[in-house]
Design a protein around this ligand. Structure first.
Ligand SMILES: Nc1nc2c(ncn2[C@@H]2O[C@H](COP(=O)(O)OP(=O)(O)OP(=O)(O)O)[C@@H](O)[C@H]2O)c(=O)[nH]1
Ligand SMILES: [Mg+2]
Length: 379
């Protein structure tokens, strides 16, 4: 998903126009350059100072919009190293330029190779190295700093991420769960950008939910910009898989995929994108129970969804995965008529709390010294 990608190396006539400034950016390209190395002083064997580096540092208070706004110059340069002189034989090193970037940013180089992932506050990476100072090895001529175009790709952070095919009712559900007002319509791809809503509980606890654009088969291979959407669930703690009890048909030329087939297909997209997502806590929501005939659709599948692995017979080969999600909870709901929504809210909270506690226990067990070592047993 790209809301807007902005580069700092576009021509001045198309530089950051107002329209773009208002939008949320989740991808930003920057032309960065390390400082030039200072020249050496041959007469005294003096060494020029090294050029400063461009460093990115993750910070919770900054957005990509703010970063783009503050860094319109292209390239963004770090300070050059000082030339060596009679008074200062070893030239001073150029200052590094520390650019604050949002947490959750992945940095890529021109060839789309990952340079770093900055997921925690204070995480840093060097985006462009400074040039070496001049010395006898390089004829006392300082070298240029590294220049490159880097892309900062931001993943949303939310506690819960919704996944589903188009038209399943994800945005309707977000509206029912929170005060968000997403666009809802009876056609696929109504949602084009992720939206975040906040579930508020009576004790003021808040849980954030991201409504993502609908996936399509092949999303793992970036069909329908699947990567851009799927990347956002990487940083969520809990998945809400939303499916229409009556299945989904992409268009008249596509086959209708039943509800059960949709579940297998989503399982497969998750597996192919990142197998670890199958181990993520996941709640299945079967939507549109208010529609006529929905109860009998549900009755046909209610046993099967509890054990996906054992009921693959009515699933086409191309939708089958190697591994299957084990749902933490399943709810039958009507997002539109708000049936079952309170149960979903409670289930989200309980599931998040259960896993948070388990993680805490795991962490404290790792810290505990081995009891055998304490007692001195060695057999
Ligand atoms: N009858 C019924 N219709 C629903 C329900 N939930 C959603 N809908 C309808 O289904 C259609 C699609 O709903 P959306 O919430 O836009 O679906 P979505 O999953 O966000 O779709 P994309 O943004 O395209 O991925 C709309 O016409 C909704 O009114 C429900 O519980 N019952
Ligand atoms: Mg939507």
């Amino acid at each position: 998903m790209v809301f807007v990608t902005i580069s700092n190396f576009c021509k001045s006539s198309v530089k950051f126009n107002k329209k773009y400034q208002l939008k949320f950016i989740d991808s930003l390209r920057l032309n960065v350059k390390g400082g030039h190395g200072g020249n050496g002083y041959p007469k005294y064997g003096g060494i020029g100072g090294q050029g400063g580096c461009i460093q990115f540092e993750a910070n919770e208070k900054v957005t990509l919009n703010a970063l783009a706004k503050r860094n319109k110059k292209s390239p963004i340069k770090a300070q050059s190293g000082e030339d060596s002189s009679k008074a200062r034989v070893l030239g001073r090193r150029g200052d590094d330029l520390n650019l604050k970037v949002p947490i959750g940013v992945t940095v890529f180089d021109e060839k789309n190779k990952k340079i770093a992932e900055l997921n925690e506050p204070g995480d840093t990476c060097i985006a462009a190295k400074g040039g070496i100072g001049g010395c006898s090895g390089n004829n006392f001529l300082g070298t240029r700093g590294q220049e490159r175009i880097v892309t900062l790709d931001l993943k949303l952070i939310a506690d819960v991420g919704m996944v589903g095919f188009p038209n399943a009712g994800k945005s309707t559900l977000l509206k029912a769960l929170s005060r968000a007002t997403p666009k809802i319509a009876n056609y696929p791809f109504t949602t084009l950008r992720p939206q975040i809503g906040i579930i508020e509980y009576s004790d003021f606890r808040q849980i954030t939910v991201a409504d993502l654009p609908g996936l399509i088969e092949g999303a793992h291979a970036n069909i329908g910009m699947g990567h851009k959407f799927l990347k956002h669930i990487e940083r969520t703690k809990l998945l809400l898989m939303v499916v229409d009890l009556f299945g989904f048909r992409f268009s008249v030329i596509h086959r209708l995929r039943t509800c059960m087939q949709n579940i297998y297909a989503l399982n497969k997209e998750l597996e192919l994108y990142d197998e670890d997502l199958l181990d993520r806590p996941c709640i299945l929501l079967l939507n549109k129970i208010d529609k006529e005939g929905a109860q009998s659709e549900y009755d046909q599948i209610k046993e099967k969804i509890l054990d996906l692995k054992s009921h693959t017979s009515d699933c086409p080969e191309e939708l089958l995965s190697n591994r299957f999600i084990q749902f933490d909870d399943v709810h039958v709901i009507s997002a539109k008529n708000e049936i079952g929504i309170d149960n979903v809210k409670a289930s989200i909270r309980q599931t998040l709390d259960k896993y948070a506690e388990e993680n805490l226990n795991d962490a404290s067990n790792e810290l505990k010294p081995n009891s055998r070592q304490i007692t001195g047993e060695n057999h």
